[in-house]
Design a protein around this ligand. Structure first.
Ligand code: SF4
Length: 216
């Protein structure tokens, strides 16, 4: 069952990244109806599947307060999660639409909206404490899906692992610890799906692998 429970150290009023905090102040003034704060993870902290994205989209998670909700990037993600039994509905429209994640949680490498959708390295590193906390809270036999290279690198960094030992590749699987696996995917962004760098079939293959592992 979906909850909005957070990992212990996450601070919804976090302003550790001065550039991002100032940008959010501007966006909030421009769009008073937007959520425009650090976006919390979505789903049960005890879930075995953790999906790691990049950062909130301006008119998506930043507007609604739920990862991958409100813009194009979430369309394929929630449709695929529903197809493999990880979501109660195939479409996520708002933070209070009743959709529940099932043994699944979604987070981002960076929790605040970055200008141009491009966080700086220092911001990714600063927010890494929250991702580390997410990973530490996972139960045994967990599986992480990293959506894109930044999510992949942030996951390795949060676990204190060498980047060179686990090269990113769409569909590549990595055993990170005795009881934690990682699979990479190209990010389900509008650009990647419309250029067919990531097709529905490719994305489904990733979640088929996860589903098979978790069902075993
Ligand atoms: S990106 Fe993360 S660390 Fe930086 S201000 Fe937002 S929540 Fe805090």
């Amino acid at each position: 069952m979906e909850t909005h429970a957070q990992t212990p150290c996450f601070d919804l009023s976090c302003r550790l990244c001065a550039r991002l905090a100032a940008y959010l102040d501007t966006v909030r003034a421009e769009h008073p109806d937007y959520y425009a704060k650090p976006v919390p993870s979505f789903g049960d902290p005890g879930a075995r599947l953790l999906i790691v994205g990049l950062a909130p989209g301006k008119h998506g998670a930043n507007a609604t307060g739920r990862p991958f909700t409100g813009d194009y990037a979430g369309i394929l993600l929630y449709k695929t999660l529903h197809a493999f039994g990880f979501a109660s509905e195939p479409v996520s429209t708002s933070a209070d639409d009743g959709l529940a994640l099932i043994d699944c949680r979604i987070t981002n490498a960076v929790r605040c909206l970055p200008p141009g959708n491009k966080p700086e390295t220092g911001e990714i590193d600063t927010c890494n404490r929250y991702l580390a906390s997410e990973l530490a809270a996972m139960p045994p036999a967990g599986f992480v899906v990293a959506l894109g290279t930044i999510a992949h690198r942030a996951t390795l960094k949060a676990l204190g692992l060498r980047l060179s030992a686990y090269p990113f590749g769409h569909g590549a699987e990595h055993q990170l610890k005795d009881d934690l696996r990682l699979i990479d995917s190209y990010h389900c962004s509008r650009y990647n799906t419309q250029t067919r760098r990531l097709t529905e079939a490719m994305f489904e293959d990733v979640f088929r692998t996860v589903h098979k592992y978790l069902a075993a």
